[in-house]
Write a protein of this length. Structure first.
Length: 299
């Protein structure tokens, strides 16, 4: 087995034994040669069958380069940082434990970074797979982030303003992660992803959207309930407040203004939904924007 694989794919997992086998199995079907990538599983103190699943997977696939670690420090950022430190490659890819990558996922990443030395990170198309078998009635394009849906077209491009790759599927040159100070372990729930890309922007690093760098992301029924969506909306705002700590009053004022503008815009967009009798889309959008604003002011 090559001791220096081209890319390390890191799966940080916590109590997701329902989906973890599918995420791992998809990595066995890669078009990239097996000696050119390694799989790093970071178990973040799971209490379910994660360890058994991981070890059985390793035993069943001795032709693959697989590493397994238990990270006792709580939080996704701590688990990701452990994976980075254990990685042998100069390229790092992160996928969620409930995501299934396309067969050419790793090949695309390696080829793209090789052919574009000016690009330091990429994200791609993320397609939700709902446990219920259908898209929620309340979902509109303005709330795709709540189910980690990403589709910015079929061409390689820069991300739209304020957008960046989702943690569900992203890849980096390892050196830029160290230059950014790795993931911030003081942040929770999605803000750690935004933090790392804000750091990349500050340093002038380039990251792009690649439509073929694609994953399917499993969304269980619990995640699409009203209670869950409202909780996530609040936590997004709270996470942004935590991310901006120490960044100065101006950035706080700008963020508050952004949230207020989005809330006002949501009222007008919702009116259009109401006219079309799409009441749930309008209701959820307004409440999402309101709770995100309220979350930002959490104590």
């Amino acid at each position: 087995m090559n001791q220096n694989p081209k890319i390390s794919v890191i799966i940080c997992t916590y109590n997701r034994d329902k989906f973890l086998p599918g995420a791992l199995e998809a990595l066995t079907k890669q078009t990239l040669s097996k000696n050119l990538f390694e799989i790093i599983i970071v178990n973040n103190n799971s209490t379910d069958n994660t360890e058994t699943i991981s070890k059985n997977f390793i035993d069943a696939h001795k032709d693959l380069n697989i590493k397994y670690f238990v990270e006792t420090n709580k939080g996704l950022s701590a688990a990701r940082n452990r994976g980075i430190k254990e990685a042998s490659s100069e390229l790092i890819s992160f996928i969620d434990d409930d995501a299934e990558v396309s067969e050419n996922y790793l090949q695309i990443a390696v080829d793209f970074f090789t052919n574009h030395p000016d690009v330091d990170a990429i994200g791609g198309k993320i397609t939700p797979v709902y446990e219920s078998g259908k898209e929620p009635e309340w979902l509109s394009k303005y709330m795709w982030g709540l189910v980690t849906k990403a589709d910015f077209g079929d061409k390689i491009r820069e991300y739209p303003d304020s957008k960046s790759p989702y943690g569900c599927s992203m890849a980096f040159r390892k050196k830029v992660l160290y230059e950014a100070g790795l993931f911030n372990t003081n942040l929770l729930f999605r803000s750690e992803d935004k933090y790392i890309f804000y750091k990349l922007r500050e340093k002038g690093n380039k990251f792009l959207y690649h439509p073929e760098f694609a994953v399917k992301h499993h969304i269980d029924n619990k995640r699409t309930t009203y209670e869950s969506i409202m909780k996530i909306s609040y936590e997004v705002g709270a996470g942004e407040r935590d991310r901006l700590k120490g960044e100065g009053i101006l950035k706080h004022i700008i963020k508050i203004a952004e949230y207020k503008i989005k809330l006002i815009a949501a009222l007008f967009i919702a009116l259009g939904f109401f006219i079309k009798f799409d009441f749930k889309k309008g209701e959820y959008l307004i409440k999402n924007r309101w709770l995100t604003l309220i979350g930002f002011f959490k104590v």
